[in-house]
Design a protein around this ligand. Structure first.
Ligand SMILES: [Zn+2]
Length: 231
């Protein structure tokens, strides 16, 4: 019996794999068989099944999230005090096991929606100079500013309302009084927690990090979320 191990090109059928992703296969007496699973998809989060077709590993089921996911949620900020933080998980906790893997756009969207249902606007980011910037009377962006050649951020410091430590690769925002009512203690806040004065109302967070082609480390200002008061 002649056994040869090899890696086949992977036809993703819309799923998001790393560009160099291959499928392990064996050729036994001339017959090609897949020898392992596919990587997990960074859009829908599943490990899709594949079959060998003409020397290529073809994923059978198309990706339901091939176009990526823009996640829109709202939170209430009746106090007009928006707490901006790297993590508010001690107060707003969810069971991550109930969701798809967080390294996929689908899993992130599920967590964003579950956190928003508790009153917390959560969003993934990268390890960067993340901040909340005012762009208009009732509009903001959660973004990493572009730095020019003078090492000056392109978004004026005067528009920066908060800086977020990104050791946890995420941000969280909530109404300050709502956070306190759920047990949050202002004595526990540190430099990465800022209370921003905003107009009281309902705030919409449109998270872009799950969109197809979103470049976490891209050139220019990277906007993770648009934030605006809708009522
Ligand atoms: Zn997929």
């Amino acid at each position: 019996m002649n056994i040869e191990r090899l890696h086949l090109p992977l036809e993703p059928n819309g799923h998001w794999f790393r560009s160099e992703a291959r499928a392990e296969a064996v050729r036994i007496d001339g017959v090609l068989l897949l020898a392992g699973g596919t990587p997990n998809c960074r859009a829908c989060g599943v490990y899709p099944s594949a079959r060998v077709v003409g020397g290529v590993a073809e994923v059978e089921e198309p990706c339901p999230d091939a176009d990526g996911i823009t996640t829109t949620v709202t939170i209430e900020v009746p106090s007009g005090k928006l707490l901006v933080s790297d993590s508010l998980r001690s107060v707003f906790s969810i069971d991550h096991d109930a969701f798809t893997s967080l390294d996929s756009a689908r899993g992130q969207a599920q967590v964003i929606e579950a956190m928003a249902a508790l009153g917390c606007a959560f969003g993934p980011a990268t390890n960067c100079d993340l901040g909340l910037f005012r762009t208009g009377p009732d509009t903001y962006i959660m973004a990493r500013p572009e730095w020019d050649e003078d090492d000056t951020p392109s978004l004026a410091d005067s528009s920066r309302m908060a800086s977020v430590c990104t050791d946890l690769w995420a941000y969280s925002c909530a109404d300050f009084e709502h956070w306190q009512a759920r047990g949050g203690d202002p004595a526990d806040l540190d430099w990465s927690d800022t209370v921003v004065d905003v107009a009281p109302g309902t705030y919409r967070f449109v998270q872009h990090s799950g969109e197809r082609g979103f470049d976490f480390d891209g050139p220019g200002t990277v906007i993770f979320a648009h934030v605006d008061r809708i009522s």
